[in-house]
Design a protein around this ligand. Structure first.
Ligand SMILES: *Cc1c(COP(=O)(O)O)cnc(C)c1O
Length: 383
């Protein structure tokens, strides 16, 4: 039997294992010097003045909105075609997520789709860099009223680049990353916010750990200090840990290597798919060096095949391939219908035919060959 090929699988080398072991043996596994080093290394990578690590991208999005003053009654524009965290960040604050449509080729929200949803209650927009392609942040920033904020959901986009070749994370907007188990840079759980605003960064550092000022936190981790830190506002327990950071530091150094492995798989898929006698549409610019290739998104030519998209995905799973569907749009779920009952034609059209082929830095070309063999046979109707 072949091993199941999951849609995303982390890739760890001996180095991550050595580093996490070193921190385990050090006697300090909470948030401390490893986290600070990881933050500094991310800061250099993004070329921003602040990076604040937290326990997830969900927390990063929530704390960003909170620190920017988004509150009950405000509206936050975001895609419906995303993971629930994007919209939930607004809901936690009593704000209303307002869903907007996507571009049918990049699958990201656009200046036009955002602009359609702006009202005098709009306080923020959360574009998602879908699958690892950079959304049009400059264009969106041009249509947003001056008082509004842009928070980038870059859960898929560590290693992604804007068209000007600068990394996603460098824009100066609060940019939220995920280090969850199946993300491109994985530390099991984790997240980070990259930003340039020192004052907002201070707030984020306080909110992530109980409302301790970072001064108090420095004293807190200094074993020689006798001073009891004081809480100065209501904060949360959303901090990162040194155990995670020790893994993240190695993953960051290996980011180029991990990217190259994904690129190899993506190259192979595109080559085979383009030779098939069907028009399987692939997400725009998947092969561009700026696309982090977190997801390999395609649209099935439903008119040319006998089975439904769901049956297609299940059939691939029967053959040991972790094909998947990203995403069931939020506005099509009952829960979110009660929040923003809207019609989004392009999102709904995409959802009918979209599916995700497995891609990860742990896959080999042999795995990719098998995926394409099974994919082609299901297309032909021979299995
Ligand atoms: C994974 C993901 C998140 C949440 O990341 P966590 O670190 O698991 O909280 C947010 N947005 C998108 C688009 C994601 O895919």
């Amino acid at each position: 039997m072949r091993d199941y090929i999951p849609f995303g699988k982390p890739n760890f080398s001996e180095e991550e294992i050595q580093e996490v072991t070193r921190v385990l043996k050090s006697g300090w596994i909470g948030m401390g010097s490893e986290t600070i080093s990881f933050e500094n290394e991310l800061k250099d990578y993004f070329d921003v003045s602040n990076v604040v690590c937290v326990n997830s991208c969900t927390s990063a999005l929530y704390l960003s909105l909170l620190a920017l003053g988004v509150k009950s009654g405000d509206e936050v524009i975001c895609p419906s075609y995303t993971w629930c965290s994007t919209a939930n960040a607004a809901l936690y604050l009593g704000a209303k997520p307002v869903f907007c449509d996507i571009d049918p080729n990049s699958y990201c929200i656009t200046p036009e789709s955002v602009s359609d949803k702006i009202t005098d209650k709009t306080k923020a927009v959360i574009p998602v860099h879908m699958g690892g392609i950079a959304a049009d942040i400059d264009g969106i920033s041009e249509v947003m009223p001056k008082k509004c904020h842009i928070i980038e959901d870059a859960a898929h986009a560590i290693g992604s680049k804007f068209p000007n070749d600068l990394p996603v994370g460098s824009s100066g907007n609060l940019t939220c990353f995920s280090f969850y188990a199946n993300k491109n840079l994985s530390t099991g759980e984790g997240g980070a916010i990259a930003l340039n605003d020192n004052k907002i960064a201070e707030k984020l550092r306080s909110f992530r750990l109980h409302g301790l000022s970072s001064d108090a936190w420095n004293r807190f981790i200094d074993p020689k200090s006798k001073i009891v830190p004081e809480i100065h506002e209501l904060g949360f327990k959303m901090n990162y840990t040194d155990l995670n950071a020790s893994i993240g530091r190695v993953q960051l150094r290996r980011l180029g290597e991990l990217f190259n492995r994904r690129a190899e798989i993506a190259d192979y898929y595109v080559d085979i798919i383009q030779k098939l006698p069907y028009h399987v549409k692939i997400q725009k610019n998947i092969l561009s060096p700026g696309h982090a290739k977190h997801l390999f998104l395609i649209e099935l030519p439903l008119d040319d095949i006998e089975i439904t998209r769901d049956e297609f995905v299940l059939k691939m799973r029967d053959f040991g391939i972790g094909a998947s569907i990203h995403y069931l749009p939020l506005h099509m779920m009952d829960y979110y219908k009660g929040i923003d009952n809207c019609k989004l034609v392009k999102t709904e059209n995409l959802y009918e035919r979209v599916m995700t082929l497995p891609i990860s830095a742990s896959m080999t070309i042999k795995d990719a060959e098998y995926v394409m063999e099974v994919f082609s046979k299901i297309m032909e109707g021979t299995i």
